[in-house]
Structure formats: C-alpha cells, structure tokens
Design a binder for this molecule. Structure first.
Ligand code: P6P
Length: 335
C-alpha cells in the first residue's frame, strides 16, 4: 500500500540538495514536525482539553496570554531543546533568549518561533498556527545573546508554519521552494499534498483589518479605497476582502489562491511600526512567500533585508501576489 511521501522522506530528499554540513538542520526540522503534531493534538481537543481561555499574565507584547500560548510554547521547547542541534531559542511568549540546559548537547542553530499565532481565535474555534524560523549561530557560547538572533531574514536557513485548520498542514521551505504537507491522523504522519507551491501573480482578494482605516498611511488608504470602488474605480474590476485575524490562515490562503495581506504602519500606536513581529512572523512568512514567487515588503523595503534591532521588534507587512503588491508599492513611491 503506497501512503505517499512522508515529510520525513521529503526532508531526507532535501538533504541531498543541501550541502553536507546541514544534516543537523533536517534533524531539527524533524523535531519541529513532532512539536507541531503534539500542538495539533492539544489545539484540536478544543474545549475538551480544559485549557481554553486566558491566564492573568501578559507576554512582552502586553498581550494577555492564552493558556494554550504557554502550553504550546512549552511543547515546542521540550521537543527541540535536547536534540543537540540548537544553540538557543526565542519565542513570542518569552521575554528573553532561552539557553539550552547544560545537560543537553548544543548545536549550531537558533530557532525563533510563535507557538500559537492568532491564539485569540482559539476560544472561537477559528484556525490558528505555529510559525518558526531557523538561523545559523556563528558563535560558540553556551549562552548566546539576543544579538546573535538579530540577523536579516535573508540569513534564514529554513522557515515554516503549521496551520491547525479543517485539516492540520505544515508548509516549509529550506530555500528550495515551498512544499505543503497534510497530517494523516490515522498514521500520525504529515504527507506531501502540495508540492512546489506557487502564489498566483495576480489577485482580486485583499486582507486587512479595515477598522484601522483612519490610522493607515495614504498609499494604503488609496489602495483599499480603489479596491472597494471596484469596477467603478480606477482599477476597473471588483475585489473581495478577507480578514481572519490569524496571519497563518491569511498567508496560507494567499499561497493557495493568491491575494495580498496588509498589516501596515499606522498611527494607532506611533510607538509601534505596525503590529506584526519581524523575527517570528514577518521574516519566516516573507521567506516562504518569496520562495513561492510572491513579494513581501514593509512598504519601504524588502522585509528580508530589514536589519533587526530587537527580538520582539514590529514591522509593517505588505505581502502576497507579486503584481498586486507591486501596485501597492508603486503608491508608496509617490509618498
Ligand atoms: P488584529 C494575531 O494576534 C496576529 O499577530 C496575526 O496573526 C494577525 O494577522 C493579526 O495579529 C490580527 O491583528 O489587530 O486584526 O487583531
């Protein structure tokens, strides 16, 4: 009986494309796969797990933590900390870098992750996800500083997301294109279902939280106004809008059927340059989007070129179908 290509077999094939000293990378990705399976089990139990709702704690973002935020963070850490491939890890849910405990071997990779992105959706049973980004660690300290993580997104060696939706999917890149896997719960394996994923260059679908319209910069206000004007406006065609409030779900939809996603710079909180975090949302998703033929920009520069200044730094995000994002960026040039 042929069950198709498992992610384990796929990663082994990937090994032959990577140079030989990256075997540890695939070992590490295998552990991330396991972490996502365990997280999927926790998330899919829903209210039966007794871990719905919020804690009375906040993360460094000042966001109330969901019980599952903390639980999934621990799952991810416990599944990856002892394999010997990591020098350190960082997470949306932890203020500072987490160093590998002394009883475990250390390796040459850094991983930064959002264990449950969009977690405000968990209580209302809307799709959430896990996002991860893997960087190389160039030093040899047992306690790498946060500065070691502050590498531009072009330095990522791998990135991916798990989407806990109507099915559980894992979408990954190691810089050789984007491939999607669906969890077969009967055998507990992710099977290759979406090889060589590519984003349609054109689209009629945009995603933005329209309640922030008055806070956006003029180019974004202009673009959305023209989309809403549809056939009656300068774009000469009607558009559709989506907003799930779960970046993983939005990006996945865009990879599958095209679209643009915007969480732009706004004046709602001038201290923040947008809402999304560079290291564990914008960078991994931008790596994936570019590998799938899309574009990902702050509106002023390619996101993967941004020099990070902090683990939890925020950036504006405009990503998706190449030709449509280029229209939005052209309006920024007129600024
Ligand atoms: P808003 C989830 O908290 C998140 O970081 C992204 O996954 C999502 O796209 C965005 O924030 C939603 O933000 O302001 O619409 O709740």
């Amino acid at each position: 009986m042929q069950i198709g290509t498992t992610i384990t077999q796929f990663l082994a094939d990937e090994q032959r494309k990577l140079n030989t000293n990256q075997t540890d990378l695939l070992e590490l990705m295998g552990q991330v796969v396991t972490a996502c399976k365990v997280i999927a089990t926790a998330v899919n139990k829903g209210a039966l797990s007794g871990v719905m709702g919020s804690l009375d704690t906040e993360n460094i973002q000042g966001e109330t933590q969901k019980k599952l935020d903390v639980i999934t963070n621990e799952i991810f850490m416990q599944t990856t900390e002892r394999g010997g491939q990591l020098a350190a890890m960082a997470s949306e849910e932890m203020d500072d870098v987490y160093h590998i405990p002394g009883q475990y071997p250390r390796g040459k990779y850094l991983i930064v992750f959002d264990p449950l992105d969009g977690s405000s959706n968990v209580d209302v049973n809307i799709s959430v996800g896990t996002i991860f980004s893997i960087l190389e660690y160039k030093g040899d300290s047992a306690t790498p500083a946060a500065a070691e993580f502050l590498q531009p997104g072009t330095q990522q060696v791998a990135a991916g997301y798990a989407l806990y939706g109507s099915s559980t999917m894992l979408v990954i890149t190691t810089g050789h294109g984007v491939n999607g896997f669906t969890l077969d719960v009967n055998i507990g394996e992710f099977l290759l279902t979406h090889p060589n994923m590519m984003i349609a260059p054109d689209t009629k679908e945009f995603a933005i939280n329209a309640s922030n319209e008055r806070f956006w910069e003029a180019p974004v206000q202009r673009y959305v106004r023209e989309c809403v004007a549809g056939k009656t406006g300068p774009r000469g065609r009607d558009f559709n809008m989506r907003w799930v409030a779960s970046m993983v779900a939005e990006v996945h939809r865009i990879i599958i059927r095209g679209g643009v996603f915007m969480y732009p710079k706004d004046t709602k909180d001038p201290a923040k340059a947008g809402k999304l975090r560079l290291m564990y949302e914008a960078n991994p998703m931008s790596f994936i989007v570019e590998q799938a033929g899309g574009i990902s920009s702050t509106g002023r520069q390619r996101i993967l070129d941004v020099q990070p200044e902090g683990l939890h730094q925020r950036v504006p995000v405009i990503l998706g179908s190449k030709n449509e994002v280029e229209v939005i960026l052209s309006y920024h040039k007129d600024m």
